[in-house]
Design a protein. Structure first.
Length: 154
């Protein structure tokens, strides 16, 4: 059994130029992992913060479990990420010195059944960078369409 993608943060690749990616474990409660396995996750507003030698996922939304009781989890609580100390130190230095941001890219369940978060070290894109990316994507789509039409014999 391979890994199963639960949630993608498409907005991150649109807003940031991702320079490096890191895999991190995530600490979840019992009702949270049930919601994750039910694909009730939204990473769009989330970001990663490094505080006092620990990495934290802030602003990600994991919906409360429908079968939960009064001890159900809070949807937007801050969740601890599991990284090696050396990774946390290097990420902290890069975000402070170079002005980079840590963005959650993808939440998935690995082959062993553990929830993992792919974190990207990214630099914010300017408006003209976004426009250039959209223009390139449109031109690639047009070329592919022309090629497909030509091979079909139209």
């Amino acid at each position: 059994m391979g890994e199963q993608t639960i949630a993608l943060n498409r907005k991150a690749r649109h807003d940031f130029l991702i320079e490096e990616t890191i895999e991190a474990g995530i600490v979840l409660t019992g009702t949270e992992i049930k919601s994750v396995r039910a694909h009730k996750v939204n990473l769009a507003d989330g970001y990663v913060r490094i505080e006092r030698g620990e990495a934290w996922l802030v602003g990600a939304h994991i919906a409360p479990w429908e079968g939960g009781n009064r001890w159900n989890h809070e949807a937007k609580r801050t969740r601890k990420l599991l990284l090696h100390r050396s990774q946390i130190v290097t990420l902290g230095v890069k975000t402070k010195a170079k002005g980079l941001t840590l963005v959650p890219l993808r939440l998935y369940i690995d082959g062993r059944g553990h929830a993992k978060l792919e974190v990207g070290l990214g630099r914010g894109k300017k408006l003209y960078d976004r426009r250039r990316d959209i223009a390139e994507r449109d031109s690639r789509r047009d070329v592919a369409r022309e090629l497909a039409d030509a091979t079909r014999g139209r």
